[in-house]
Design a protein around this ligand. Structure first.
Ligand SMILES: NC(=O)C1=CN([C@@H]2O[C@H](COP(=O)(O)OP(=O)(O)OC[C@H]3O[C@@H](n4cnc5c(N)ncnc54)[C@H](OP(=O)(O)O)[C@@H]3O)[C@@H](O)[C@H]2O)C=CC1
Ligand SMILES: O=C(O)C1=N[C@H](C(=O)O)C[C@H](O)C1
Length: 262
């Protein structure tokens, strides 16, 4: 990742990285990326049915979780109990589940770090940041996310995060809901509503991970778009996180918390 502290850790023994969801699309890509990094060593690869608690005492420094929304929170609690830092890309996190992790980390007291990031691609991280910057200046804001048809959750974690951030800025700026004269619709025609922001999900063969954030004012529109054409786009962010999570005790939400974005 350019201009980021994503250099290999030199001079030290390689950090051992465990991967949860290792056989999945993201998990297998992470295994390849870790194997290609001279300062990292690929440790245990876990999938459904494997016991996360059994990672304790096996020299694992950091575990990367790309599993499923129904499993990821329990995995993180088990990793904390095992004394292992966690880098999490899996979606499905809520304010409540994040709060439980925050509490667990505080109670544990060993200074472990957990990063939960809805998107590790630099383009997506910047798109979310730019959207939050733009949100106060526009009457209308809607989010469209577009993904491969094998994705099990909708809207995407990235779209949820984007919409929540836009909504928070709009509230702070005293903006109400966007103008919308719709009186009757087919169910779903206006998408899901996340904190007052409409979010639309497209599933299409050929896509990987894409998002458009649309802002409108009378006579003008701003579109912010991010495209991940390959899962390799997530890897610099994942590797950066594995290298630095131990230096960031507590819970961080969003890779932007690890980047010097100003
Ligand atoms: N933050 C980011 O940048 C990105 C996040 N994601 C998110 O990552 C997650 C995974 O995506 P993707 O790799 O495409 O999905 P896949 O379905 O390809 O992979 C998920 C893997 O996790 C396994 N799994 C399921 N339950 C468990 C469990 N309890 N413990 C361990 N492993 C388990 C699955 O096994 P099985 O198939 O046998 O059920 C599968 O191998 C999704 O939530 C997705 O939204 C995706 C891309 C980027
Ligand atoms: O499932 C995916 O593929 C992706 N999931 C994440 C999300 O839900 O935001 C990140 C990226 O969009 C790819």
């Amino acid at each position: 990742m350019p201009n980021r502290p994503n250099r290999p850790n030199t001079g030290a023994a390689p950090l051992m990285i465990a991967v949860l969801g290792a056989a999945g699309r993201m998990g297998s890509t992470v295994c390849d990326a870790v194997q290609g990094a001279p300062d990292l060593a690929l440790g245990p690869r876990l999938d459904v049915g494997d016991d996360v608690a059994a990672l304790a005492g096996r020299g694992v420094s950091v575990a990367v979780d790309f599993t499923v929304p129904s499993a990821t929170e329990a995995n993180v609690h088990a990793l904390i109990d095992a004394g292992i830092h966690a880098v999490v890309g899996t979606t499905g996190w809520t304010e409540d589940s994040l709060a439980r992790v925050r509490t667990h980390l505080a109670e544990d007291g060993r200074g472990l770090g957990v990063l939960v990031a809805p998107n590790f691609a630099l383009s997506a991280v910047l798109a979310m940041r730019f959207a939050a910057q733009a949100a106060r200046y526009f009457e209308s804001a809607e989010v469209i996310e577009l993904h491969h048809p094998n994705k099990v959750d909708a809207p995407s974690g990235t779209a949820m995060h984007t919409a929540r951030a836009i909504a928070a800025v709009r509230t702070q700026a005293g903006l109400g809901t966007g103008p919308d004269a719709t009186e009757s619709t087919l169910d779903g025609a206006r998408g899901a509503v996340v904190d007052g922001v409409h979010v639309h999900a497209v599933r299409l063969r050929g896509l990987v991970a894409h998002e458009e954030i649309l802002f409108g004012n009378p006579g003008e529109q701003l579109t912010i778009r991010t495209d991940s054409f390959e899962r390799s786009s997530f890897m610099p962010g994942v590797l950066l996180a594995t290298r630095t999570v131990a230096e960031r005790p507590g819970l961080t939400v969003g890779l932007d918390g690890y980047l010097d974005l100003g």
